[in-house]
Design a protein around this ligand. Structure first.
Ligand SMILES: *Cc1c(COP(=O)(O)O)cnc(C)c1O
Length: 476
């Protein structure tokens, strides 16, 4: 399988070439040159596979530059009960009490990995792929990132102790939730470096950009990223759409729908890929919070990125985005894979006009690709968390609540609806307390986290100081 850029560069590259890269050289995102089709017989054969086996089958369709025996070993090492808490890895829980008039509703658990959010599903695989590929090449990589919580911890838990990889993660000093701080700063692995910046998340982000824009420094120190536009992350997420489908259906004629709490459009883009491969997905229901850039697009055909002042701080913070970094992949497909047109929309049009409009025609075509959308507010989240608690004695996190709220609006009685759980409630205790008046318990293994010794470096928001720290670690 070869990969090409959404902005028209068709220089063929293999999976391992793009694994360690961010954007394509022309500024686009990488996509496979085609989506492999999976027929009914293959689906029937995959039904009943263990998660790691299913991951191997799907990944092999996209990866031909890793020997199959090695790829199988990497999948088996990643998707284990020890890491994800259950043998099914992403078990489905029926929510009968919440579904009106005979509809079928499920929650797919994606948050039982080490950092209690679905990002572990992809990041854990990425850690193993990076270690493997860097080892083959005899290279090292210094991952530099900024986090306000979820992504940074998922990256650190995936890369801890991995050969050839160091992580330098910037976070705003004292601004993450106590649980998130404890999660990251308690890591004692020598290759993990937490840098707490005196400032806000944007200051951290600006430092990462400034360091990455110093091309000489970037090359000398082999600086890389693990951000959400990485194709390998997206590919890893395709697997749980198949796993959810198998768990909710009995035979290959049945279709299912998925409801996906969305921010940067990574998670639901994986659903789009699964559907393009032939998985019988009826609807992909996109849920936003008050930051409704994407809901607006699927209703009107207009994509209008927001400024900082227009971006709300909400109680589902991992969906607080001003623009959706993965959305370009979907628009490329929506435009019949026209790279020139995609380049003109995401380059100049966004820079000049802050967005673009594709009109009602695009809305209809997106609906034809299964997309529906809706939005949820703080009051909706609280009501949904409360209702799920009262009717099912189940606590869900605020992001998952956004997904469930919109799923219920779009529920079709004949089609099972699978809501993707994107985090556990323990990560967002304050909102749970506000909704139901009690504190969500973290899993037993994590209850002592906040008492553990911490290892981090606090420093001013200064590019030079961050560079000096990276330099001294690399020289040691
Ligand atoms: C990252 C994240 C999301 C948004 O996922 P995207 O792939 O960016 O759309 C939703 N919920 C939680 C808890 C997250 O961490």
């Amino acid at each position: 399988m070869k990969y090409l850029s959404t902005r028209g560069d068709t220089t063929p590259r293999g999976f391992c070439d793009i694994l360690l890269e961010g954007l394509a050289p022309d500024g686009g995102l990488y996509l496979p040159e085609r989506y492999p089709r999976v027929d009914v017989a293959t689906l029937a054969r995959w039904r009943g596979l263990r998660y790691a086996e299913l991951a191997f089958e799907i990944l092999s369709l996209y990866i031909d530059d890793i020997p199959p025996a090695d790829l199988r070993r990497l999948c088996e090492a990643t998707y284990t009960e020890a890491v994800f808490g259950t043998p099914q890895i992403t078990p489905l829980k029926p929510l009968p009490a919440l579904a009106p008039n005979g509809g079928t509703l499920y929650l797919e658990a994606l948050s039982n990995g080490p950092t209690l959010a679905f990002k572990d599903m992809a990041m854990q695989l990425l850690g193993n792929l990076f270690e493997y590929e860097l080892g083959r090449r005899g290279q090292v990589l210094n991952i530099l990132g900024a986090t306000s919580g979820d992504t940074g911890s998922a990256a650190e838990y995936a890369m801890r102790g991995k050969r050839g990889v160091r992580v330098f993660m910037l976070s705003p000093l004292g601004r993450m939730s106590p649980f998130q701080q404890a999660q990251m700063f308690s890591l004692q692995d020598a290759n993990i470096h937490n840098i707490a910046i005196e400032g806000v998340f944007d200051d951290c982000q600006d430092i990462v950009k400034a360091v990455s824009n110093d091309l000489d420094f970037k090359r000398r120190h082999a600086i890389g990223t693990v951000n959400s536009i990485n194709w390998a992350r997206l590919l890893a997420q395709v697997v749980y759409y198949f796993a959810g489908y198998f768990a909710a259906t009995r035979a290959e004629a049945d279709g299912v729908s998925f409801a996906v709490p969305s921010g940067n459009f990574g998670n639901i883009c994986a659903g789009h890929v699964a559907r393009m491969m032939g998985l019988p997905i009826r609807h992909l229901v996109l849920a936003t919070n008050e930051n409704d850039v994407l809901d607006e697009f699927f209703r009107t055909g207009t994509y209008r990125v927001r400024g900082t002042a227009e971006t709300h701080e909400t109680s589902s913070p991992s969906m607080d985005i001003s623009k959706a970094s993965n959305f370009e992949r979907f628009v490329y497909d929506l435009l019949g894979r026209d790279g020139v047109r995609t380049a003109s929309l995401f380059g100049p049009a966004i820079a000049r006009e802050g967005g673009f409009s594709l009109g009602p025609d695009a809305v209809a075509r997106a609906a034809g690709l299964g997309f529906q959308s809706g939005r949820s507010t703080h009051a909706d989240r609280l009501a949904t968390i409360r209702r799920t608690w009262e009717q099912m004695h189940l606590l869900i996190d605020p992001h998952t609540a956004d997904g469930l709220k919109v799923a219920l609006e779009q529920l079709d009685p004949g089609v099972p609806m699978i809501v993707l759980e994107t985090a556990l409630p323990a990560k967002f205790a304050a909102t749970i307390r506000e909704a139901v008046g009690l504190d969500p318990e973290p899993p037993a293994a994590l209850r002592q986290l906040e008492a553990l010794p911490r290892r981090f470096t606090a420093m001013a928001a200064d590019v030079g100081a961050v560079k000096a720290l990276i330099e001294s670690v690399c020289a040691a």
